[in-house]
Write a protein that binds this ligand. Structure first.
Ligand SMILES: *[C@@H]1O[C@H](CO)[C@@H](O)[C@H](O)[C@H]1NC(C)=O
Ligand SMILES: *[C@@H]1O[C@H](CO)[C@@H](O)[C@H](O)[C@H]1NC(C)=O
Length: 336
């Protein structure tokens, strides 16, 4: 009885197994094959770093182009017509088109989230990705990593510091690209398109651009030097005096990209933002600062911020970026 049942079960098992192999055979010869994965879903992060640098530079060139054209217009006509020739709209839009399309054409299966929306974009010439990858090879970024396109979210900011762009405070203007893997920023690119044109990039655990290497070691017990937004400097200044005492120095500046870099290179000890901020303003700086060993969190402290495709694009509770003593700053600001 026992034996009979076992034999019957294994007969059924055999039939199922044989049937499975027949189906597998049919599927692999006729249908889309199991073994040929669509390689557009396999993302080389080295290529994506190159694509991000290329995108940031292309966007930056568009911003400069619009700036120069606009200056010519102002010189020839005395003033620009409102709306018709709004330089921010034009620069934002052209930069978005260049950045978004150069990324999506090279990596069609990734998610790209931009501050701008794309309508009809002009065709523009896209430099070869191979050349950009080759340029990276001189920086010794180590072995490549393959990621699944579904895990990749790229955040782009086609024009950071728009207000300063219109005020000709061009040192604050940047374009930014950030690659998050499973919601975590791992590649950050910040490009300053106006003279002196400068590209800063970092890939966590792989490498950083030469201008972020061999930075001076932060000094122990250094007095806090906060960098804060020009637009709400007064409020942060007051809060910072309350939180940190009179020894605090406050620098007001613009552009989240600009301020993150000042912290990354040690020109400021903390970037403090007390109001809501968009994630495309934050992501690239967060990747660069973490690659260099620092921290970026909401000003209210952890939990960490999610940079995935379905995460909110807004950070409600402010921002703190530091290279050291992060928890000390968080505690100081906690009760203000
Ligand atoms: C900062 O503090 C000064 C002096 O207490 C006050 O006059 C000013 O309104 C405050 N500014 C802001 C933006 O809170
Ligand atoms: C940091 O300060 C130095 C010296 O003032 C300056 O040359 C540099 O542009 C500043 N910022 C960055 C991101 O290097």
């Amino acid at each position: 009885m026992h034996l009979g049942a076992n034999v019957r079960i294994s007969k059924i098992g055999l039939c199922v197994t044989v049937g499975f192999f027949i189906l597998l055979y049919l599927y692999s010869t006729r249908g889309p094959s199991y073994s040929s994965i669509d390689n557009r879903y396999v993302i080389s992060l080295k290529a994506l770093l190159a694509g991000s640098i290329r995108a940031a530079k292309m966007g930056g060139s568009e911003v400069v182009l619009v700036h120069n054209q606009n200056r010519l217009n102002i010189e020839s006509k005395g003033k620009t017509k409102e709306g018709v020739n709004d330089p921010v709209t034009a620069a934002d839009y052209r930069s978005h088109c260049a950045m978004y399309h150069s990324l999506i054409e090279a990596f069609p299966k990734i998610t790209v989230i931009s501050e701008e929306m794309s309508k009809g974009c002009d065709q523009i010439e896209v430099p070869s990705l191979k050349d950009t990858i080759k340029e990276l090879d001189q920086y010794g970024i180590g072995s490549d990593i393959a990621a699944n396109a579904n895990d990749v979210t790229v955040w782009i900011d086609p024009l950071d510091a728009t207000k300063e762009f219109t005020e000709n405070l061009l040192q604050y203007v940047t374009t930014m690209v950030c690659v998050a893997i499973k919601g975590e920023p791992v590649i950050g690119v910040i490009f300053k398109p106006f003279e002196p044109k400068t590209t800063y990039w970092a890939w966590v655990d792989h490498g950083v651009s030469p201008n972020l290497r061999n930075l001076p070691q932060p000094k122990e017990g250094r007095n806090p030097v906060l960098i804060v937004s020009r637009s709400h400097a007064g409020r942060v200044h007051n809060a910072s005096k309350l939180a940190l005492g009179d020894n605090v120095q406050v620098i007001s500046a613009a552009g989240s990209g600009y301020k993150s870099l000042e912290v990354a290179v040690g020109n400021a000890t903390a970037y403090v933002h007390m109001t809501a901020i968009k994630k495309w303003d934050v992501c690239a700086g967060a990747a660069i600062i973490s690659a260099l060993g620092g921290s970026v969190t909401p000003l209210s402290g952890p939990p960490p911020m999610g940079f995935g495709p379905t995460d909110s694009t807004l950070l409600n509770s402010g921002l703190l970026a530091t290279m050291q003593d992060h928890k000390w700053y968080l505690d100081k600001f906690y009760n203000v």
